[in-house]
Design a protein around this ligand. Structure first.
Ligand code: MTE
Ligand code: MO
Length: 368
């Protein structure tokens, strides 16, 4: 396979409109999505939450594991898991979404994990807040960023590295950022970062570093691959672009009726159907969800909020007439940010929150 000047495997990186490649299939079968019918559950059961694992899942002995905090701090410290678990305990429902969600719907298709639209899930994460720990270790005045490094290591874009991301001090100190050691009331399983992960509510998932083992305070902008190269809005690989941060608004619908095995197109009976789904936006509350039937938009009913960072349920009664229909839904946040009808293309396939479209065939028959 050819390698370009960045050391990237060129054949695997150029966006394509061609068929799914073996490399994409390999990634897609390691990193599964949340089946969209799981939108019925307010909290996604463990095992149904989506997964994104760049390298290999590391085997970590929790009794030998330590979280090292060092760099530009007054009191470097190595925390045991028990020490962290005895600190303030907080549980938050948080919707997490991969920044690549929707990537495979871009044309040409950026080559990476080929998500359709299910790279999302909402879990109750339990952990201890970062801010008090950062105050205790005492950040030096020169410190501008914290680098969070996981135990997993591999090659991407020609660079060998442990998975690492940074946050500015202000972002890391914000109130809801946690060191999480439980998901839905159970210890983190291997795939979600056992024994401890960072959890940064409202940001796309790449920020929430799994298998966390070290935090380093630094006096410059972190230039690691996952921070400085990946997760940027660019039109071509040589461009610097803007970094990807907060989750954009999105609404998804539970596919109504029953599916066709291959196409996943839907079949349902004529008459009233309750269309349901969930909507979320990283930073802001959702203020509106609309449903579109055959090109006509109307407001959906919103359920009460379940938490500032958790998706919000919505519903809409549709009287389905026999024939073929296209259904869509669209979320808007309190600042008026909404979803585009068409994908906004970028080279890495980031943050494609174009509206979902479902093809539905309604008949007078009985499918229930
Ligand atoms: N150490 C480490 N942390 C990581 C990743 C990774 O590959 N390694 N993937 C990130 C990405 S891109 C996402 S979207 C989320 C996914 O978290 P989940 O698998 O628990 O859903 O974890 C993030 N944290
Ligand atoms: Mo991701």
């Amino acid at each position: 396979m050819s390698v370009d000047t960045n050391g990237q495997s060129a054949a695997a990186m150029v966006p394509t409109s061609g068929p799914i490649t073996r490399e994409e299939l390999q990634l897609a079968s390691r990193n599964h999505a949340m089946p969209l019918e799981m939108l019925r559950w307010p909290i996604t059961p463990v095992g149904m939450h989506y997964l994104l694992i760049h390298f290999d899942i590391p085997l970590i002995d929790p009794t030998a594991w330590r979280l090292r905090i060092g760099g530009l701090v007054d009191h470097p410290h190595e925390f045991t898991l028990a020490e962290l678990q005895h600190r303030e305990r907080r549980t938050l429902p948080v919707t997490m979404e991969c920044a690549g969600n929707g990537r495979s719907r871009m044309d040409p298709r950026p080559i990476s994990q080929p998500w359709d639209q299910g790279a999302v899930g909402t879990a109750e994460w339990t952990g201890t807040p970062l801010a008090p720990i950062l105050r205790e270790v005492g950040l030096a005045p020169e410190a501008v960023e914290l680098v969070f490094t996981g135990a997993d290591r591999g090659l991407q874009g020609g660079s060998e590295h442990a998975y690492a991301r940074s946050l500015t001090i202000a972002d890391a100190m914000s109130d809801d950022v946690l060191f999480a050691y439980e998901i839905n009331g159970q210890p983190l399983p291997p795939q979600h970062g056992h024994p401890l992960r960072l959890l940064v509510p409202g940001w796309y998932g790449m920020t929430s570093v799994k298998w966390l083992q070290s935090i380093e305070a630094i006096d410059h902008t972190f230039d690691g691959y996952q921070q400085a190269v990946a997760y940027h809005f660019v039109q071509e690989p040589s461009e610097q672009g803007e970094p990807v941060k907060h989750i954009r608004p999105r609404a998804l619908m539970v596919p109504p009726g029953i599916p066709d095995f291959m196409t996943r197109d839907r079949v349902l009976d004529a008459g009233p159907v309750l269309l349901q789904g969930r909507a979320w936006a990283g930073k802001n509350a959702i203020s509106r969800v609309e449903v579109c039937v055959d090109g006509k938009w109307a407001d959906a009913h919103l359920d009460p909020e379940a938490g500032h960072f958790a998706w919000r349920g919505w519903s809409f009664t549709w009287v389905a007439a026999p024939g073929n229909h296209v259904l869509s839904c669209r979320a808007t946040d309190v600042e008026g940010n909404t979803q585009p009808l068409q994908s906004e293309w970028n080279y890495q396939g980031m943050a494609n929150n174009a509206v979902q479209e479902l093809s539905v065939s309604v008949t007078e028959g009985k499918h229930g």
